[in-house]
Design a protein around this ligand. Structure first.
Ligand code: GLN
Length: 192
């Protein structure tokens, strides 16, 4: 199995470190031909407008959309925004997931926070029943999950922070910044 990490902008290095830790063959994706023989792709956190503009500049927008029609993609934070169909304002999007996202929904950088989440799918694949500690940095909220997408996790107040649509995953938070590899393992199980 070979997993790509979109390395245009943002915290791709942390995803790469996590994949190395899990012993997965990994490729940094900067150009369309890097997608060639991948089983899955991670789009990191960062700034979704910048990632979108760079994806257009490097001719990646259409290749990424095609990739996502048959293979696994996981977007964390800015990556989740980029995967969505609607952010309520004009910016380049892959438009692959039936989710509506609100950017910076918790406020500014200083309003970043951590929370323990209940994610039944992670408990299932790891066989361990324990909360998932999630880090939110100028995070988006997933306002609507419709069509083929389903909710994976909510905050205690009910707001949606993780969704899945077949092999596509979107998380408002940053699993690459924790020690807990369960979310990466879950994504690998979708890419397999
Ligand atoms: N606020 C960023 C955006 O709207 C996302 C932040 C992040 O990826 N940590 O694109």
């Amino acid at each position: 199995m070979k997993i790509g990490v979109l390395a245009l902008q943002g915290d791709f290095a942390e995803h790469i470190a996590m994949l190395r830790r899990l012993g997965v063959e990994m490729v940094e994706v900067r150009l369309p031909h890097h997608l060639h023989d991948l089983d899955g792709l991670i789009i990191p956190g960062g700034e979704s407008t910048t990632i979108g503009k760079l994806a257009i500049d490097f001719g990646l927008l259409q290749p990424l959309q095609e990739f996502g029609r048959s293979r696994a993609i996981w977007g964390t934070c800015a990556g989740a925004i980029f995967l969505s169909k609607d952010v309520g304002r004009p910016q380049p999007l892959l438009g692959l997931m039936d989710i509506k996202v609100a950017r910076n929904a918790f406020g500014r950088q200083v309003d970043s926070f951590e929370a323990d989440l209940d994610i039944p799918e992670l408990n299932k694949i790891s066989g361990v029943d324990r909360p998932y500690h999630a880090i939110f940095i100028r995070a988006p909220i997933i306002d609507e999950v419709y069509g083929q997408a389903k909710v994976l996790s909510r905050l205690d107040d009910g707001r949606i922070v993780a969704a899945q649509q077949g092999r596509l995953l979107a998380t408002s938070f940053h699993p690459e910044l924790t020690d807990d590899a369960r979310f990466h393992e879950y994504f690998l199980s979708l890419a397999r």
